[in-house]
Write a protein that binds this ligand. Structure first.
Ligand code: GLC
Ligand code: CA
Length: 551
């Protein structure tokens, strides 16, 4: 694979890191993270090996859904800084070789957005048709409430004009009418604006709902909704050739595939929700079966498109694609208490606490993340093993401030933390025990391990570019895959069980006598290389939750 080609399709080899400016670093002591704070922490991301930053919404917002309720698409929320601060951050990131993408939340706006205030003001307002209004909720409209704890309908009666508006999410998030050409033009203008300021693309929020047309034109499909995604994508690449759309599409694979379009003319990356959910089932059972099954059945994304793989994100750990009994298994293993659970379908926890703080097991999971075919996406704090604070309500439990150093404000802020809305977790998981400062110079720390995985991942193009074969294995707890690029092999082996095992794996593509060494164990005390036997198998011993990348 030519390095120049790798650079062109940069998202295939990227290490993505997502964060909310609000919880990353406060620079002025008001207790709210801001762009100046983020700028001062770009070197942490560079050191970690991050190549692409995904910023969660930072636009002006009443903040009733953590910024996913936008009141102005062309500005920075004043609590987070100014456009000038944003540009300084962009410039700093670029100087460290880090691209930036941001959330594009255009399925809906805040009900405080001036567009909606106009639209709601009268039936003949020029912006009336920017949202989806009906006298009565239609029978043939979209179905399925997303936040059943708070909403029981997708339609909300609005007194101003005595009509109902569509809201896929919370009632304060009215859906834009994307079948309206004026709305489409405006969305393109928003994308163009931020690309001019340097963004390399977007994480597109709630994609299936965005292009849903049921209920928007009396239930009649006005056109192929995918044509709209294609139009967005081609607009974007006309403006900036290497910009990407990373889509949030939580559907089974067969429903997901159409969103890639014909090889990148719709989404360039799509989160692998089914694979992620299968991984948690596998972890809960200590059985690689569900993952192997999901990943071998997982279709290959067309041409230059990729799966985006992840362990956790800012939302609840959604398990909605598992069966009820499978979900119960994961709940029993990783979130048995009602306070761990949310919406009957997910867990409001981060990984380390779900795994009981087991370092071997946590590291094995990240080794998996970085070796699976797909582009790894980290959620801030994962690099140091941050956990949730269950005292913080709802989905905010996993959105507590970044823990930079010991002390009350954790290096995040100098503001008084008593009564903070999103307090950091208490000991033994608070900043006095888990922080960047504590881990950055420690060769044994999780942070050092993750930085090493990121570096190795980038030096090992096999996982990002190679052809992948899932290897048969008699040991149910072991997942093994063989990645080949330009005739060169890496075999990744992960053991999901808590007792050591010996396994024999068929490596048909390798010549007998070939010596494989473990990239993860390089350095002093490195184990002996593994030799491919005459029958083209390798035999190795794996410790509890063991992982190796054999090259
Ligand atoms: C996405 C976001 C979630 C938000 C929702 C509504 O699912 O990940 O946090 O609440 O969209 O915008
Ligand atoms: Ca601040």
């Amino acid at each position: 694979m030519r390095p120049a080609d790798q650079a062109d399709v940069w998202w295939r080899n990227a290490i993505v890191y997502s964060l909310d400016v609000e919880t990353f670093q406060d620079s002025n002591g008001d207790g709210i993270g801001d762009f100046r704070g983020l700028t001062s922490r770009i070197d942490h991301l560079a050191r970690l090996g991050v190549t692409c930053l995904w910023l969660m919404p930072f636009y002006p917002t009443p903040n009733r859904d953590d910024g996913y309720d936008i009141a102005d698409y062309y500005a920075v929320d004043p609590r987070l800084g100014t456009l000038g601060d944003f540009v300084e951050m962009m410039r700093t990131a670029r100087s460290r070789g880090i691209r930036v993408i941001a959330d594009l939340v255009v399925n809906h706006t805040s009900d405080q957005h001036p567009w909606f205030l106009e639209s709601a003001s009268s039936r003949d307002n020029p912006k009336r048709d920017w949202y989806v209004w009906r006298d009565e909720p239609p029978q043939d409209g979209p179905q399925g409430v997303i936040f059943p704890d708070q909403e029981d309908s997708l339609w909300r009666h609005d007194e101003r004009t005595g009509a109902h508006y569509l809201h896929r999410f919370y009632r304060h998030q009215p859906d834009l009418n994307i079948t309206n050409p004026e709305v489409r033009d405006e969305i393109a203008r928003v994308m163009g604006f931020w690309m001019e300021l340097g963004l390399s693309g977007f994480r597109v929020d709630a994609v299936p709902y965005l292009i849903e047309t049921a209920g928007t034109h009396d239930g009649h499909l006005v056109e192929d909704p995918h044509a709209y995604l294609r139009a967005l994508s081609s607009f974007m690449t006309r403006r900036k050739g290497d910009a990407i759309m990373l889509g949030e599409v939580n559907l089974p694979y067969e429903g997901l595939m159409p969103f890639f379009g014909d090889g990148g003319d719709e989404l360039d990356l799509s989160f692998d929700f089914p694979g992620m959910q299968a991984m948690y089932l596998s972890l809960a059972r200590q059985d690689a079966g569900p993952m192997r099954q999901a990943l071998s059945a997982r279709p290959s994304p067309p041409r230059d498109t990729r799966w985006a793989t992840f362990v956790r994100n800012h939302d609840e750990l959604t398990l909605d694609q598992l069966t009820a009994s499978q979900r119960d298994e994961v709940f029993a293993a990783f979130g048995p208490e009602p306070e761990h659970q949310i919406f009957d379908r997910g867990l409001r926890r981060r990984l380390p606490s779900m795994l009981g703080g087991d370092q071997d097991r946590i590291r094995m999971v990240y080794s998996l993340l970085f070796s699976l075919p797909g582009t790894p996406v980290l959620y801030y704090g994962e690099e140091i093993g941050m956990v949730e604070n269950l005292e913080v309500p709802g989905r905010w439990s996993v959105r507590t401030p970044m823990q930079w150093e010991p002390g009350a404000g954790g290096g995040f802020t100098t503001a008084d933390q008593d009564g903070a809305e999103r307090a950091m977790p208490a000991r033994p998981y608070g900043p006095d025990h888990i922080s960047v400062a504590d881990q950055r110079e420690d060769p044994q720390s999780l942070m050092t391990y993750i930085a090493r995985l990121a570096a190795l991942r980038r030096e090992t193009p096999h996982f990002g570019w190679g052809s992948i074969e899932w290897l048969a294995c008699d040991e149910p707890s072991v997942l093994a895959h063989h990645a080949v690029v330009d005739g060169d092999s890496v075999v990744a082996v992960h053991h999901l069980g808590d007792a050591p095992v010996e396994v024999t794996l068929p490596v048909a593509g390798l010549e007998p006598g070939t010596l494989l060494r473990d990239l993860l164990a390089e350095g002093p005390g490195m184990p002996e290389p593994v030799e491919v036997a005459h029958d083209r198998t390798i035999t190795l011993t794996l410790g509890r939750y063991g992982a190796c990348w054999l090259r």
